[in-house]
Design a protein around this ligand. Structure first.
Ligand code: COI
Length: 357
């Protein structure tokens, strides 16, 4: 498939604002990638065009039945002036797993990744130069067929938009406080929790509002069946550092297989840490805090990077972790990952892909 370029002439491009104090996902660049799907032509009309609103039929399936998936990755401006993507093939593969789960058409991973690189290159002036900030890349796909019958759409749009971002949480790299809910559930076995379906995030909003009212930044979800085993935070996966064991919940089918999660597992194993992917009950976590066995807790995600957790709220009580401070392991993982992403350190894992003109 060809990629058509319908670019804004230089004089129509917006001056890039100062990329400082960015609120996550509010500012968008000059261009976007779009392609269309129908059953006869399959994916077609691929183009990079000026960022603009789109028009949708009010009966479009996505608006009623949420047939939509997305991805999230970042482009980093390296210390050597080169632009890097971090493990983008993993995003492409996860996107296609999501497409299959949601009865949507697969995309050609190579083609989409090359379109993303092209788009990032075209709008490279929008990549923040500051360490810790990056250009967030949001690929997404949704069903556009006008139909109120509940069925997979026959037509789709696939788009990629770009947003300069700094840290996801207001706290930056400072520890966040997290609310453990045993009232609401994010995802159940057999559901869509392990793919990036838009509906997973809609389902999380109510609990997040409850958490926010109580002064907590995010929600930690427990398993849907027993409301006992820790799953994830929704915007990130979660890790616990007990004594000498780094633990994260095993992928149960209702947890998102995070790419940063996998990178942390690989790094920690590479450093010789004892690492486990297993079930962790909330009781074990609380007991770990009370006995001092739990040294650190942190979240991982593309948007969140490594996000230390300084406190957990569970059943009416707040528990401080590591006196509410960032622990040395979270700090070391953050330093190592970002050093690879910004090209300060060699990339022994082959995680980085360059974007070049
Ligand atoms: C990401 O980290 O890319 C995510 O998808 C989380 C997002 C919902 C902000």
């Amino acid at each position: 498939m060809d990629l058509e370029l319908k670019l804004l002439p230089a004089e129509k491009r917006r001056p890039v604002p100062e990329l400082k104090n960015l609120v996550f996902g509010r500012l968008f660049t000059d261009h976007m990638f779009v392609m269309e799907y129908d059953c006869e032509r399959r994916w077609h009309a691929a183009r990079i065009e000026p960022y603009a609103p789109i028009s949708l039929d009010p009966a479009a399936i996505v608006l009623h039945y949420a047939q939509t998936i997305f991805e999230g990755l970042k482009a980093y401006w390296g210390v050597d002036g080169r632009i890097r993507l971090f493990r983008p093939w993993e995003n492409m593969q996860r996107l296609n797993r999501g497409a299959e789960r949601m009865c949507m058409p697969r995309v050609d991973e190579e083609f989409v990744l090359s379109a993303i690189k092209k788009l990032v290159w075209i709008d490279r002036a929008w990549i923040p130069r500051e360490k810790g900030a990056a250009l967030y890349i949001r690929p997404f796909m949704f069903g556009t067929e006008p139909s109120l019958g509940v069925k997979p759409s026959h037509t789709y749009l696939f788009m990629v938009i770009l947003s300069p971002v700094s840290s996801y949480y207001q706290e930056g790299f400072n520890p966040v406080k997290i609310y453990v809910t045993d009232e609401f559930v994010r995802a159940a076995p057999g559901g869509t929790g392990e793919v990036k379906a838009g509906g997973n995030y809609a389902a999380s909003l109510k609990a997040a509002e409850v958490a926010k009212k109580k002064g907590y930044t995010q929600v930690l979800w427990l398993d849907a069946v027993e409301r006992r085993y820790v799953e994830e935070v929704g915007t990130m996966n979660i890790f616990f550092y007990f004594d000498d064991e780094l633990v994260t919940p095993a992928l149960s089918g209702s947890i998102l297989p995070g790419i940063t999660r996998d990178s942390v597992l690989q790094l920690a194993r590479h450093w010789g840490l004892r690492v486990s992917e297993r079930r962790i009950s909330i009781d074990e976590v609380i007991e770990g805090i009370e006995t001092g066995r739990l040294r650190e807790c942190f979240g991982t995600g593309t948007a969140a990077v490594i996000s230390p957790v300084g406190a957990l709220y569970y059943r009416g009580k707040e528990y401080l972790i590591n006196q509410g401070q960032t622990g040395p392991l979270a700090q070391k993982l953050f330093d190592e990952l970002t050093a690879i992403q910004y090209g300060e350190k060699e990339d022994p894992f082959g995680w980085v892909t360059l974007v070049e003109g």
